[in-house]
Design a protein around this ligand. Structure first.
Ligand SMILES: Cc1ncc(COP(=O)(O)O)c(C=O)c1O
Length: 403
């Protein structure tokens, strides 16, 4: 990124846009895949679409042999449209549109049951299609000492879990293809217990399903300035792999059946694959506090509002810079707390461009249509730039309202 390139891009796409790096995304995917499969060969990645469902990324995952982890009919549709074989779609989540679930099951997708209300629905679907074999998984919920009582999946000690197991056992055309869990904490020390507890559960039940899916919840790559803002160590892909894959290798190494170990990373693959560029609209001082307003908002880059300062690069675009201390970058919305970055010290001028890094996960997919439609997503190519998502227009946002 340099000033000339930014001038060219802003002239063409406006004063705020996302920059996607699909090459880096592909490299992350390959590196993560290698780290695990070097230790336990039967390993696969199911990319968590919700994190960033930009179709170009979903297609890249499919091209590289990954699975699609979806949590809505909307995301299932994205998978189908980018050409994913339904057999490589894994549908999770607490709510599922069962009309679409039925269609996907009949096409070979895996549907992971999350709660007791789904048992009856699955039984009905199975009864309607006695000749079709339907791939069902069960999401399980157990304690890994992370201090969270998750609301997702079946408590493994519950009667509901036993009922889900009975359903798949007693229904001839329901095939228990996999067991899945997901824990949101990304701390390394929670990964070995996920694997060990999952295998102990399966041994206790006498099951060796085709898939054992440990979910997402891995940290991705990030600049040291961002790492320093977390209260836990940021592991590498290899460290996650070394926590989990040997447990599988030892457990299934000498057995004939080697289940597919799946993980469902989102942030770990895509976090560092997007940047957000945003023009400094103006700079003011309020009772001695310097504040710059950007054509951008915290809702563009960090709608989960986690209060962390993303990595920042500043590009002087020709205005006369001044030296500032403890300046905050505020957003275009009218929300008082809308700050993209706090406590900047250094040079700055109106018209400069700030580029924030590590904005790939839970950004474009969570941006609300508040105050301004969202900005375009651009990918730099060898010869120029490609539009991955156009800037949203008035009609994109208002066609569903009745005027
Ligand atoms: C079931 C499931 N799998 C995968 C993910 C992706 O998580 P992460 O982005 O932390 O890897 C999530 C996130 O909420 C999830 O709920």
């Amino acid at each position: 990124m340099d000033k000339l390139l930014l001038e060219r891009l802003t002239a063409q796409y406006g004063d705020a846009f996302y920059l996607l790096d699909t090459r880096r995304f592909r490299a992350n995917f390959s590196e993560l895949k290698r780290a695990f499969s070097e230790i336990y060969e039967n390993f696969g990645i199911a990319y968590s679409y919700k994190t960033n469902y930009t179709p170009k990324l979903c297609k890249a995952v499919n091209d590289m042999g990954g699975y699609a982890e979806v949590v809505s009919d909307m995301e299932a549709e994205i998978a189908l449209r980018v050409g994913v074989d339904p057999g490589k779609i894994i549908w999770n989540g607490p709510y599922k549109n069962y009309a679409k679930v039925e269609e996907l099951l009949l096409r070979g997708a895996t549907v992971n049951l999350d709660s007791a209300y789904e048992i009856g629905k699955m039984r009905e679907i199975a009864a309607r299609h006695p000749k079709a074999v339907l791939n069902v998984g069960i999401r399980v919920n157990f304690d890994i000492g992370d201090g969270v009582v998750s609301r997702f999946g079946f408590d493994v000690a519950s009667e509901d879990f036993r009922a889900a197991l009975r359903l798949v056992k007693e229904t001839d055309n329901l095939h228990l293809i996999g067991i899945q869990c997901h824990f949101a904490t990304r701390r390394l020390e929670t990964w070995r217990p996920r694997a060990e507890k999952m295998l102990a559960l399966l041994d206790g039940l006498g099951l060796v399903p085709e898939h054992i899916d440990l979910g997402g919840g891995l940290f991705g790559k990030m600049a040291d300035s961002l790492k320093a803002q977390f209260d836990s160590y940021i592991p590498t892909y290899e460290e996650y792999a070394r926590a989990v894959a040997p447990v599988f290798a030892e457990h299934y190494g000498k057995r004939a059946e080697k289940p597919l170990l799946l993980i469902e990373p989102g942030s770990a693959l895509v976090g560092d694959c997007m940047k957000f560029a945003s023009r400094v609209i103006g700079i003011k001082e309020v009772r001695g506090k310097p504040i710059a307003t950007l054509l951008g908002s915290v809702y563009n880059i960090n709608p989960t509002l986690n209060k962390k300062n993303p990595p920042l690069e500043l590009y002087a675009m020709g205005g006369e810079q001044r030296e500032y201390a403890d300046l905050d970058f505020g957003g275009f919305t009218c929300i008082e707390s809308d700050y993209l970055y706090r406590h900047y010290s250094g040079k700055l001028a109106q018209g400069d461009i700030v580029v924030f890094g590590n904005v790939g996960s839970y950004s474009v997919v969570l941006k609300p249509p508040f105050i301004l439609p969202n900005f375009p997503v651009i990918e730099l190519t060898d010869g120029g730039a490609e539009v991955v998502k156009s800037g949203e227009t008035f009609d994109d946002l208002f066609r569903t309202f009745v005027f």
